[in-house]
Design a protein around this ligand. Structure first.
Ligand code: GLN
Length: 507
């Protein structure tokens, strides 16, 4: 193993210690990750754009460290950024042809915050177009592969961020989660991802999919690393009207507390009956129940809880999301952003708009715009959008009732391990059903994490464990997540991702 190989294997918190002691420089760390990207990304395709400024930025952070500046724990750390977030120095396409080459005039707040904390943006990661999908197969720029098996999907919509982290191209990444796009990719690639409480992280500059559901959040290989990144991006932003004004605790501290916990006595963990389905892949259910046994053995009380309205969450989500998306995507009108296609022989402004949207949007985006426009049309609003919002209220009440009796809720993070390319793309409903485990947390605005709990025996692919907490109680995810991560790694004697995913190029 050469030295840059050993650097890319380190977690952000381990790199942080070496950076602050002066053992290594940010330029070295950044170069090691750029080398890794150059070696593997041709095949993997986690990145849509690699930054030309990363080494210069790293050199500046190194210089300020040498000058004695007080730097945060993630200063000098490379980070991959989902292409849904606006970046002033890099194209921001949201995986769509309609924004090909568009460079925004400003940074999204989470991007501005990571820059301010001294992190080094490495580039923009691939995603399903406008974050619609669960496999990256809907990206207009071609799919990302799963680092564990190149014939399989890396999850979606944030497959690029999860693949970048799990293939050691970046120690950290930013994602967005409207219906699972951070957690499901984390689950199927063996990484850790968190959807924060709605309003906990600013969405200013995140290209909107469904505004009542969207959250930006962190992705990494360890619970502590995700917590460290959440500490950087969280907090109030006056530019986002849904941003909470809370004083948040340190999530890194919450993770440290969890990693040190000597027992889980007194913790009540609710297993959501409706999300522990006999229809899930057997190896996923097996690993999930084994993880519950680990938690029980450590003193936690496992309680079965019922959330009777969760069975309607996919139906409600796939009305609410297209409705909001159809409105958010109306701004891609050939005038203000990106692509403009002139119809042959000219035409009215409407003709230009139609030709541009016809050429610029892919089939899934068109499908959802049509669905959403229909659901919102006069006379249908009450039957569809209005009804879906009522179902949403019932789901929120299910959460409230459950959190009256338990501290956290848990489930498998996805019903299966990574599926094969082509398996679901022809059947939109099959793709949508894959989101059954993740969507309830978005509909209720509560925070949720996926962390790896082993490999499914039947296919050797990672399985994710989902933890959900009450709104504003994100710290509980980090405390319990760090305890479970430590218990599993002690039992295995290694980290999951050290089990040599199929990366074609050795480290
Ligand atoms: N798979 C979900 C969808 O297609 C998730 C989207 C997301 O979280 N951005 O809508």
């Amino acid at each position: 193993m050469n030295s840059s190989g050993s650097l890319i294997r380190l977690s952000a918190s381990a790199l942080s210690a070496k950076l602050s002691s002066g053992d290594i420089s940010s330029v070295e760390v950044t170069q090691a990750h750029l080398d890794r990207i150059a070696a593997v990304d041709g095949d993997l395709h986690a990145f849509l754009h690699v930054s030309a400024n990363a080494l210069d930025t790293a050199a500046r952070v190194d210089a300020s460290r040498r000058a004695g500046a007080a730097l945060g724990p993630l200063a000098g750390m490379p980070i991959a950024i989902k292409d849904v977030l606006c970046t002033i120095d890099m194209p921001s396409t949201a995986g769509s042809k309609i924004l090909e080459g568009w460079i925004p005039p400003y940074d999204a707040t989470p991007v501005a915050l990571v820059r301010r904390a001294g992190l080094i943006p490495l580039g923009k990661t691939n995603m399903d177009e406008f974050a619609m999908g669960s496999s990256t197969e809907h990206s207009a720029y071609g799919p990302t592969k799963n680092p564990w098996d190149f014939s399989r999907i890396p999850g979606g919509s944030g497959g690029g961020s999860a693949a970048a982290v799990s293939s050691f191209e970046a120690p950290l990444a930013l994602g967005s989660d409207t219906g699972g796009s951070i957690r499901q990719p984390a689950a199927v690639t063996g990484s850790v991802g968190v959807k924060p409480t709605y309003g906990g992280v600013s969405r200013y500059g995140a290209i909107a999919l469904a505004s009542s559901l969207d959250q930006v959040g962190p992705v990494a290989r360890t619970v502590l690393d995700v917590a460290l990144l959440h500490d950087v991006i969280g907090g109030h932003d006056p530019r986002d009207s849904t941003s909470l004004r809370d004083e948040w605790p340190s999530f890194a501290e919450a993770a440290h507390v969890g990693a040190r916990a000597e027992s889980l006595k007194g913790l009540r963990i609710g297993v959501v009956k409706e999300l522990d389905s006999p229809g899930f892949q057997p190896g996923v259910s097996q690993r999930f129940h084994e993880a519950l046994e680990v938690l029980t053995a450590y003193g936690a009380e496992i309680v079965e809880v019922s959330a009777p309205h969760f069975e309607y969450s996919i139906a409600a989500y796939y009305v609410i999301l297209p409705a909001e998306a159809s409105s958010n995507l109306a701004k891609f009108d050939s005038v203000r952003f990106g692509l403009r296609v002139n119809p042959p022989g000219g035409g009215t402004v409407e003709d230009v708009m139609a030709a541009t949207r016809e050429a610029g949007f892919g089939p899934e985006v068109k499908r959802r715009i049509i669905l959403g426009t229909y659901a919102l049309s006069a006379g249908y609003y009450d039957a569809y959008y209005g009804s879906a919002q009522k179902v949403r209220t019932l789901i929120q009440r299910d959460f409230a009732a459950a959190f009256d009796i338990v501290d956290v809720l848990v489930s498998p993070a996805a019903p299966t391990t990574a599926f094969r390319f082509g398996e679901k793309i022809a059947d939109p409903l099959a793709m949508y059903l894959n989101d059954v485990t993740t969507i309830p947390a978005n509909l209720a605005g509560v925070p949720a994490m996926s962390l790896p709990i082993g490999l499914a025996p039947e296919d050797g692919l990672p399985v994710g464990f989902q933890i959900m907490a009450p709104a504003r109680a994100d710290a509980r995810l980090y405390t319990l997540g760090a305890t479970l991560e430590r218990l599993l790694e002690d039992a295995w004697g290694h980290t999951l991702l050290s089990q040599a995913p199929e990366l074609k190029v050795a480290i």
